[in-house]
Write a protein that binds this ligand. Structure first.
Ligand code: FEO
Length: 397
């Protein structure tokens, strides 16, 4: 089987499919379905390479690239984003072709120098700058904070390809390459998880940048991302999806996020869920024990929700550490337009609910009330109070 995959007469995929990747950004992001690092080789009158692959695959990448093309024939390297999953093979490649110009944003120069401490032949570009390849031309569009300050898109005229780097990507290993050839449920589950966990804090910029790119009226036949599939069937569907996700996205869902020492708080979570369902059977209610669940899946469920309830037992006058970790993540996400409240069981002091309530306010949630507590294991009366609380919570949405 050939390593490289021809996409058009001029463009070839020369990346890496990483089926074994199970976490990303250290352990911050789970990647249960692996990922890909997509690099593209453009052969026009001039030859350009767009992005590389992650560092562990640098030697493999350069070795295979040599089998594909004489490296001396590469006229330009385009680095859309300096994070090491895309630039990791640059040092290995630049040892072979040290004078080749590297086109990237001004911030790209900073991040590449910051990572590799090399004084390569950088050519800083800004929005609207172009690079002639012969029949086709590359047009650069800066996309700061999608998702790093250095990020940019590269558009190829003639072939009508948007090389979008991280935007519109998914951590989704596939040999199939194209969006129409993979399981659609898996694809969109990974696409929304990627958006929820990586792009949510920058949603306002996502909408602004997409509007700016759409205003250019450029025909787009392919969106070549740097992770996961290439969007070729109805490629703009993912752009439309991003516009929805960036616009205070909500489904008709409430998520109950909790952890529990001796299951008192868990019983409360289930009783509150019961009350919500009684009040509105149409509402999707999901429970996530953050002591056990994948935290990035929980973030995705929060992203999809119109309201969230957070519950924890009280321990050492605080909430459980799993809730502390979740609160740190939630604050970083800067969720907008979501209602919330806290709950939890306790034995004597019972500070958790008050502390979580304050954290929710600090995280930007619209806290609807002061929450509900139950002493020790909830008795029948406390369970009934939680059911009633669930019903009342729905009435406040
Ligand atoms: Fe896929 Fe921001 O790196």
């Amino acid at each position: 089987m050939n390593w490289s995959k021809k996409i058009t007469d001029k463009v070839t995929w020369v990346g890496k499919v990483d089926w074994e990747l199970k976490s990303f950004h250290g352990e911050e992001l789970s990647t249960h379905r692996g990922s890909t690092y997509n690099s593209y080789l453009i052969r026009d009158e001039k030859v350009a390479l767009i992005d590389t692959v992650w560092l562990p695959f640098d030697k493999e990448f350069v070795k295979k690239l040599k089998e594909e093309i004489d490296l001396q024939e590469i006229d330009y390297i385009i680095i859309n984003h300096g994070e090491v999953d895309h630039s990791g093979a640059l040092p290995e490649l630049m040892r072979e072709i040290p004078d080749t110009p590297i086109y990237c944003t001004n911030n790209g120069v900073k991040s590449l120098k910051g990572h590799y401490h090399q004084d390569w032949n950088f050519v800083p570009v800004k929005t609207g700058d172009t690079l002639d390849l012969g029949e086709s031309k590359l047009v650069f569009v800066e996309a700061p904070m999608l998702h790093w300050p250095d990020s940019m898109f590269t558009y190829m005229t003639g072939e009508n390809i948007l090389f979008s780097n991280d935007a519109f990507g998914q951590h989704y290993a596939t040999e199939a390459l194209y969006n129409d050839l993979v399981d659609q449920c898996e694809l969109f589950a990974e696409a929304i998880k990627y958006y929820a966990n990586i792009l949510t804090p920058f949603s306002a910029l996502v909408k602004k940048k997409i509007d700016e790119v759409l205003a250019l009226n450029l025909p787009v036949d392919l969106i070549c991302t740097s992770h996961g599939v290439i969007w070729r069937e109805n490629p703009t569907q993912i752009i439309e999806q991003y516009l929805k996700w960036a616009d205070n996205y909500q489904e008709n869902q409430i998520t109950i996020v909790y952890d529990s020492m001796w299951e008192g708080t868990k019983q409360m979570a289930e009783a509150i869920a019961d009350g919500i369902r009684q009040a509105d059977p149409e509402l999707i209610v999901k429970l996530s024990n953050i002591g056990k669940d994948d935290k990035n899946n929980t973030i995705t469920e929060i992203f999809k929700s119109k309201a969230v309830l957070f519950g924890s037992s009280t321990v050492n006058n605080r909430y459980l550490s799993s809730m502390g970790s979740m609160m740190e993540m939630v604050k970083g996400m800067k969720f907008k337009n979501k209602k919330a409240a806290a709950f939890g069981s306790y034995g004597w002091s019972g500070e958790a609910v008050k502390l979580i309530t304050q954290e929710l306010k600090d995280a930007g949630f619209e806290v609807v009330d002061e929450g509900i507590r139950a002493l020790w294991q909830p008795d029948a009366e406390a369970v009934a109070a939680c059911i009633a609380y669930g019903k009342e919570f729905v009435s406040k949405l």
